[in-house]
Design a protein around this ligand. Structure first.
Ligand SMILES: *[C@@H]1O[C@H](CO)[C@@H](O)[C@H](O)[C@H]1NC(C)=O
Ligand SMILES: *[C@@H]1O[C@H](CO)[C@@H](O)[C@H](O)[C@H]1NC(C)=O
Ligand SMILES: *[C@@H]1O[C@H](CO)[C@@H](O)[C@H](O)[C@H]1NC(C)=O
Ligand SMILES: *[C@@H]1O[C@H](CO)[C@@H](O)[C@H](O)[C@H]1NC(C)=O
Ligand SMILES: *[C@@H]1O[C@H](CO)[C@@H](O)[C@H](O)[C@H]1NC(C)=O
Ligand SMILES: *[C@@H]1O[C@H](CO)[C@@H](O)[C@H](O)[C@H]1NC(C)=O
Ligand SMILES: *[C@@H]1O[C@H](CO)[C@@H](O)[C@H](O)[C@H]1NC(C)=O
Ligand SMILES: [Zn+2]
Length: 458
């Protein structure tokens, strides 16, 4: 092996359970392309992605992220169907006052997932005997309620080419009784930050990703007989950084007035030291082009105020996208040409959504959806019961996404506003397409296990 491969853990003993595998079992691959803003789809030509979304389901206005439009929080919203104030991941890195530690994407089992109501789709699936593989998705290497998915990345790296991740995903579907794979890739976010959203570097990266999706679709056809439901999405958009304000350096605020743990970027969230709330509020309010909110005044639509151990009492929001609030105490150059994090309703922050496969409708357009709906789409495809606390999203406006069975005598319709009820009709709702090939697990399983053991290169 020429470079470090993924380091996988097989967290459970897989039972080579051939009987479980029947033609009724649906399979779902969710791919997240970090920072793929919806507008890119209109800006550039994408031979593969355009064909993919024209044949399947597409959201013409994109997918709405949760606020704040950052990577870690939104991947957890997608995975759990919850707002940030409910799943508790409020930024890419934040201080937890109860745990007395900073939590970021790299933390593993440090107590940050102790809330029993928070459950990613791969845990919901695992609990209901659906096997999952989760590659590089934030938090995939954490235990939830003592459970991990069957396969997950032990630690994060940018070094694995997208096509290698695709090969692995296809391998799990082909060789293992895996029904759900989530796959994260860090582009085009990285180029977007470094060179800006309208750069040639972003364009070139998008063209490469389009080709990689072509490679995926070829493999899905050859190795899986096209019997795979695929969702391609992103976490947030990207916009030009147009202005940088440094409240400490520019004397709007004293370090000594606030707790040292600050959330910064598109928003600025601080915990004033005892008795300083009014003073800090007034100081921040003097910054041009920002609006300052006390916790209980945060606009409801952001769903960004509840966790008192993770969010400070005051949040400054910039009035326009592109304006950064930096914690710097010097006038150092700001490193990024592009960024995200702003209002989740603005156009440049919208993410992509497209889906295709046996259980999705053909050639359907919807305007938009919320990324907290993805959890319910996944439960519906996998025919599993959603976590009752995952109530930020629903399938209420998304019934057109799913293919209806051809035989109208057994057809059931969704009730318009009740996810729980909608889910119970699932069994009757789908056409089951017979598999192009039969998988024999006992033999393949041993080969696969040997492969995984060989991949343990530290
Ligand atoms: C929090 O952790 C720091 C060091 O990480 C330690 O100095 C401090 O005493 C801890 N505070 C509490 C309340 O445990
Ligand atoms: C971002 O900046 C580039 C370079 O200055 C400019 O060409 C482009 O129009 C800007 N994009 C937006 C959305 O403002
Ligand atoms: C910061 O502290 C200095 C010295 O205590 C004080 O003169 C100044 O007014 C303070 N600035 C703000 C914005 O609170
Ligand atoms: C920023 O604030 C200044 C001063 O209040 C105002 O003149 C300007 O129009 C504002 N700019 C934007 C982009 O809102
Ligand atoms: C469904 O769409 C309607 C009309 O756009 C909207 O009023 C309603 O809030 C949506 N429901 C959900 C659960 O998103
Ligand atoms: C539809 O289903 C009914 C009952 O299951 C069956 O009798 C009928 O032949 C089916 N029709 C078609 C077109 O498959
Ligand atoms: C959905 O259905 C469940 C179970 O029947 C019921 O308890 C709940 O109140 C319903 N919710 C809505 C919004 O109708
Ligand atoms: Zn991101």
């Amino acid at each position: 092996m020429t470079h470090i491969r993924y380091i996988f853990l097989i967290s459970l003993l897989i039972r080579a359970d051939g009987a479980k595998r029947s033609s009724e079992l649906s399979r779902l691959l969710i791919i997240s392309l970090d920072g793929f803003r919806h507008e890119y789809l209109n800006q550039y030509e994408f031979p593969i992605l355009n064909q993919f979304r024209n044949e399947g389901v597409q959201a013409t206005q994109g997918m709405k992220p949760t606020f704040t439009t950052m990577t870690f929080p939104n991947h957890i919203s997608i995975a759990t169907g919850m707002y940030q104030e409910d799943h508790g991941i409020v930024h890419n890195s934040f201080f937890d006052r109860l745990l007395n530690r900073t939590i970021g994407m790299g933390n593993r089992d440090d107590g940050q997932w102790s809330d029993p109501n928070v459950e990613p789709i791969w845990i919901t699936a695992t609990k209901q005997n659906i096997k999952s593989a989760v590659l590089f998705w934030p938090a995939c290497h954490n235990k939830f309620h003592g459970i991990r998915p069957l396969i997950y990345s032990w630690s994060y790296t940018d070094d694995i080419p997208f096509r290698e991740k695709i090969d692995n995903a296809i391998g799990y579907f082909r060789e293992l009784p895996v029904q759900l794979v989530l796959l994260y890739h860090f582009e085009p976010d990285k180029q977007g930050h470094t060179y800006g959203p309208d750069s040639i570097e972003v364009h070139d990266t998008l063209v490469r990703l389009d080709g990689d999706i072509g490679y995926l679709l070829d493999r899905v056809q050859k190795d899986l007989g096209d019997d795979l439901n695929i969702i391609i999405l992103s976490d947030h958009g990207m916009t030009n950084v147009t202005k940088v304000t440094r409240p400490f350096y520019e004397k709007y605020l004293n370090r000594s007035s606030v707790d040292s743990n600050i959330l910064s970027g598109a928003l600025f969230n601080v915990m004033p030291n005892s008795g300083n709330t009014e003073e800090v509020f007034n100081s921040l309010s003097k910054i041009p082009n920002v609006t300052v909110y006390k916790r209980d005044e945060m606009p409801e639509r952001f769903h960004y105020s509840k966790p008192k151990h993770r969010l400070g009492e005051l949040t400054a929001l910039t009035d326009t996208e592109g304006h950064i609030l930096s914690p710097a105490t010097t006038n150092a150059a700001y490193p990024n040409k592009g960024n995200h994090g702003w209002d989740n309703a603005v156009k440049s922050m919208q993410a992509i959504f497209m889906a295709r496969g046996p259980l999705f409708s053909k050639s359907i357009q919807i305007d938009s959806l919320n990324n907290v709906d993805i959890y319910h789409i996944a439960c519906h495809i996998l025919k599993i019961n959603p976590n009752p606390y995952a109530n930020a999203g629903s399938l209420a406006n998304l019934t057109s996404l799913f293919a209806r069975i051809e035989n109208t005598s057994t057809q059931t319709t969704f009730t318009s506003s009740n996810t729980t009820t909608a889910r119970l009709t699932t069994e009757l709702f789908f056409t089951t397409k017979s598999r192009a090939h039969c998988l024999c697990f006992s033999r393949h399983f041993l080969i696969a296990l040997m492969f995984f053991v060989l991949s343990f290169t530290l």
